[in-house]
Design a binder for this molecule. Structure first.
Ligand code: DGJ
Length: 714
C-alpha cells in the first residue's frame, strides 16, 4: 500500500515501511526504511545544518540530510546517486520535488531490461518526479511495493528537458541513506571456480566503491547482491538490508560511511566505463534494484528474496515445474565424443532413472577443441552423422529428453561466421582485439548481429526435439569500441533473450558463464536455473552453494555429481557426499556413467529416486543455513516445507576430528507439536525435539562425511 500524508510518502509492505518526505525547500528526504510503522505525517524533518559545512541561503546543508537521490556539488559532497554533465560542461545539479503519481496494480517494465512482475500479487508503484529548473534535468524515481513482501523495487529515469545536450556519467538505480548505526557489509567476491565467496566486514568511515565489476558480464569476481547487516545480526536474528540488481552487465554497489557515521548505499550500473548521452527530450532508465529488509537476520532476508524471485521474477513455466534430473557429457568426454559414445551414456543414464541428456560443447562447426567453431551453429556431421535431430531422436527413443549447449554471444576467429563477418566481433578499429579462450565477443549493440543470433539459435531449436538449453558465455569483455558500450551490449543480450525464450516457452533454459560467472537476477528473469560453478568438488560446493543461497533460490542453483579426483581441484570425496551436497540445487550428473561399476550404479539409482522425492521441496520450501563452512569445519542446511509437513537436512563434517563432541544441530521450520519420521533411518523424532533439543549427526570416521535426514510429518 502507498499512502501520501501531507508531504510524506509511505510505502508499506508486509512488515516493512519505506518513508520519505519533501521538506520546505523541496528536497526529497529519506525518513525510514525498516520495520513497519503506523501511517502518519512524518514530514516534520530535522533541518540539516552545521555552521562549517557548505550550506544554502536557508542555512541548510544536505550533507547531513538523508536523501532519496542525492546530487553532488551543491551542499552535499558525498558520493552522488548520479552525475549528469550539461552542455556548459557543468555537472552540478540540484533536484527538487516536482510531482508524484501513484499507480495501483502496476509494476513497471524497465526499458529494454528485465524486471519483477506483479503476477497475482497486489502491487503499487509510486513515481516521484524531481527537477532542476536551472539545468533542465528531471529524475523520475520509481518505487514499487508488494503488499505481501518486504521488498521495494527501485529504478530511476533521467530525462533531459533542457534545450541542450546532456551526458549521463553515472546513474545508480537506487540510493539510500541509512541512519547511523553499527553495520557490517556482506558481499560476494571470488573467481572462476571460487564464485561468490562470503565476505563480511564492519562498515567504517570512508567510501567503498570496489564492490563492482567491469568485466562485461555480472562476473565471477563480485556479485551484484550485497547486504548491510546490523553488526550482531546472524542467520536468525537482527536487521538486515539486501540490495540485488536485476542486471547482467557491469555493476557497482557502493557503501559510504560519512564523517558523522551516516551510511549511504547505492547500487546500479558501474559508472566506470559508462556514459550515456541525452539529446533534448531523451531519457535514460536504470536497471531495477530490489531492496529487501528483514528483522529476522540473514536467513529471513534470503527466504524473503527467494520467495519473491521464485514467484515474481522468472517468467519461464519451468520456474514452478520440477526440473528433470540430467546427465551432461562435458566432464565425461570434453570434445572427444561421437554418437555411439553419447548414446551409450544416455542408455546407462536411463537405466538409473536420469531424465534428460545434455550434449555440451563440441557438436557444431569444426569444434574439435576450443580454438575454433564458435559462431557456426550447424552440426558437425563427422562427429554426429545423424545430425542433432537424429541424435535427439535416438535419445528420445531411449526415453530421455534431449538438451543442448550453446554459446551464441561468441565467435572464434577460426570460424565461417568470422571469415564472413569479421566486423561483427567487438573491436576497436586499428587495434588487434584480445582473445580469451581463443574467442571474441559478437557485437550485440548491432541489430543485424542480434538478428543473426536469434535466427541461428531458433533454427537449431526448431530443427530437433530440444527440451533444454545451456546458454554459456565464456570470456570477459575487452576492446569496447566506445564508452558506455557494455550497457548497449547488455541491452542486446536481453533483446536476444526476450526473442528466444519467448519463441520457445517450453524449453528449459539454464544460464552459464564459465561456471557461475553470470549468476544474477537479470539472467534469472529468463532462465530459472544457472550453472553455479565449474567447480563441482563437493567440499568447494559447500561454500559456493552456501553463500549463493543467501541471495538466490536453491531452485536456481545447478549442482552436479562429478567424477573423482575432481577435475578442478583434484579432491576425492565419496559418491554419497557429492550427491548429498548436490541435493540442495538442481540435481544432475556430469561424469562418464558407462565407467561406473555396479555398486556405484546402484547407489546412483537410489540417489535419483531420493532426488525425485525431494525436488518439489526445492521449488516451494524454505531454505535454512544451519552451519557456516566459511567459519567452521562443518556445513549444514535444511529445506523445509512452508507448512512444516516435511524437511530435508544435509550436514557435513569437512575434516574428520578425533576425540571430540559434536555440536547439536537444531532444525527449523518444523511443527513442534508433530512427530516426524526420518525416512532414511526409520527413526522417529518430535518436532520440538528436532528444533529445540537438536540432533548430533552420526558422522562417519572419515573426511567429508555427510549425514542426511528426510523428515516426514506423521
Ligand atoms: C564452461 C562451462 O561452465 C562448462 O560447464 C562447459 O559447458 C564449458 N564451458 C564448455 O566449453
Amino acid at each position: 500500500m502507498i499512502v501520501k500524508n501531507n508531504n510524506t510518502f509511505h510505502l508499506m509492505g508486509r512488515n516493512v515501511s519505506y518513508i520519505m518526505a519533501v521538506d520546505e525547500a523541496g528536497n526529497l528526504l529519506h525518513v525510514h526504511y525498516g520495520k513497519k510503522l503506523r501511517d502518519k505525517d512524518y514530514s516534520k524533518l530535522k533541518k540539516g545544518w552545521t555552521d562549517w559545512a557548505a550550506y544554502a541561503d536557508d542555512n541548510r546543508t544536505l550533507e547531513i540530510c538523508r536523501q532519496e537521490y542525492p546530487s553532488y556539488g551543491h551542499t552535499d559532497l558525498r558520493h552522488p546517486a548520479y552525475i549528469v554533465n550539461n552542455a556548459e560542461s557543468n555537472n552540478v545539479n540540484q533536484l527538487k520535488y516536482k510531482s508524484y503519481e501513484i499507480k495501483g496494480n502496476y509494476a513497471p517494465k524497465i526499458d529494454g531490461m528485465p524486471s519483477l512482475f506483479a503476477g497475482d500479487r497486489s502491487v503499487q508503484t509510486l513515481e516521484i518526479t524531481l527537477k532542476d529548473d536551472i539545468t533542465g534535468l528531471e529524475a523520475v524515481l520509481l518505487y514499487t511495493v508488494f503488499d505481501e513482501y518486504n521488498v521495494i523495487l527501485r529504478s530511476t529515469v533521467l530525462r533531459n528537458v533542457s534545450d541542450g545536450f546532456m551526458a549521463v556519467e553515472s546513474a545508480y538505480s537506487a540510493s539510500i541513506d541509512i541512519a547511523k548505526g553499527d553495520y557490517d557489509l556482506i558481499y560476494f567476491s571470488g573467481s572462476w571456480a571460487r564464485e561468490r565467496e562470503l565476505f563480511r566486514q564492519p562498515v567504517l568511515q570512508g567510501l567503498k566503491t570496489d564492490i563492482s565489476n567491469a568485466r562485461g558480464g555480472s562476473g565471477h569476481c563480485i556479485n551484484p547482491f550485497i547486504m548491510l547487516a546490523e553488526h550482531d545480526a546472524n542467520e536468525e536474528r537482527g536487521g538486515v538490508y539486501g540490495f540485488s540488481l536485476v542486471y547482467s552487465g557491469n555493476h557497482s554497489s557502493m557503501v559510504e560511511c560519512d564523517q558523522f557515521g551516516n551510511i549511504r548505499v547505492q547500487q546500479g550500473i558501474n559508472p566506470f566505463g559508462f556514459m550515456w548521452t541525452l539529446d533534448k527530450g531523451e531519457s535514460f532508465q536504470t536497471p531495477q534494484c530490489v531492496l529487501c529488509y528483514s528483522e529476522n537476520g540473514i536467513g529471513g532476508l534470503s527466504r524473503e528474496l527467494n520467495d519473491v524471485y521464485r514467484s515474481n521474477l522468472c517468467r519461464s513455466k519451468w520456474a514452478h515445474t520440477e526440473r528433470p534430473i540430467l546427465i551432461n557429457n562435458w566432464e565425461a568426454t570434453y570434445f572427444d565424443f561421437n554418437e555411439d559414445k553419447l548414446v551409450a551414456i544416455a542408455e546407462k543414464a536411463k537405466e538409473v532413472g536420469i531424465e534428460l541428456f545434455v550434449l555440451d560443447d563440441g557438436w557444431f562447426g569444426k569444434r574439435n577443441d576450443d580454438t575454433r567453431g564458435l559462431g557456426d551453429w550447424f552440426v558437425n556431421k563427422k562427429k554426429l552423422p545423424s545430425g542433432i535431430d537424429g541424435l535427439a531422436e535416438k535419445i528420445n527413443d531411449i526415453g530421455l529428453k534431449f538438451g543442448i549447449w550453446i554459446e551464441p554471444e561468441m565467435v572464434n576467429p577460426d570460424s565461417d561466421l568470422y571469415r564472413e563477418h569479421p566486423d561483427w566481433a567487438i573491436q576497436i578499429p586499428g587495434r588487434e582485439p584480445s582473445l580469451s579462450r581463443n574467442q571474441l565477443i559478437l557485437d550485440l549493440s548491432r541489430q543485424e548481429v542480434c538478428d543473426y543470433i536469434i535466427k541461428a539459435i531458433s533454427d537449431v531449436l526448431s530443427g530437433a526435439n530440444i527440451g533444454y538449453v545451456k546458454w554459456d558465455m565464456n570470456r570477459p569483455m575487452t576492446d569496447m569500441p566506445f564508452v558506455g558500450y557494455n550497457h548497449e551490449y547488455t541491452l542486446g543480450f536481453y533483446k536476444i533473450m526476450d526473442a528466444i525464450t519467448g519463441a520457445f516457452p517450453d524449453v528449459l533454459f539454464e544460464g552459464c558463464s564459465g561456471g557461475g560467472g553470470r549468476f544474477d537476477a537479470g539472467v534469472l528473469a529468463y532462465m530459472p536455473q544457472i550453472w553455479t560453478s565449474d567447480n563441482s568438488d563437493a567440499v568447494a560446493r559447500l561454500r559456493i552453494q552456501y553463500s549463493t543461497s543467501m541471495g538466490y533460490p536453491v531452485s536456481a542453483i545447478s549442482a552436479h555429481v562429478t567424477a573423482v579426483p575432481n577435475h578442478q581441484n583434484g579432491r576425492i570425496t565419496p559418491l554419497k557426499t557429492r550427491a548429498d551436497v548436490a541435493y540442495a540445487g538442481v540435481f544432475g550428473y556430469e561424469l562418464d556413467i558407462t565407467k561406473m561399476n555396479d555398486d556405484e550404479l546402484e547407489e546412483v539409482k537410489q540417489q535419483i529416486a531420493r532426488c525425485k522425492e525431494l525436488r518439489g521441496l526445492m521449488l516451494s520450501g524454505d531454505f535454512y543455513r544451519l552451519k557456516n563452512p566459511y567459519e567452521t569445519n562443518y556445513c549444514a542446511w535444511e529445506m523445509s516445507a512452508k507448512d512444516g509437513s516435511e524437511a530435508f537436512l544435509m550436514a557435513c563434517r569437512i575434516l574428520s576430528v578425533a576425540s571430540t563432541a559434536e555440536e547439536k544441530l537444531r532444525l527449523k521450520g518444523l511443527d513442534p507439536s508433530s512427530d516426524y519420521i526420518d525416512t532414511e533411518t526409520g527413526n522417529i523424532y518430535g518436532g520440538d525435539e528436532l528444533m529445540h533439543c537438536g540432533i548430533e549427526p552420526p558422522y562417519a570416521k572419515c573426511d567429508f562425511s555427510t549425514v542426511i535426514m528426510r523428515l516426514k510429518r506423521m
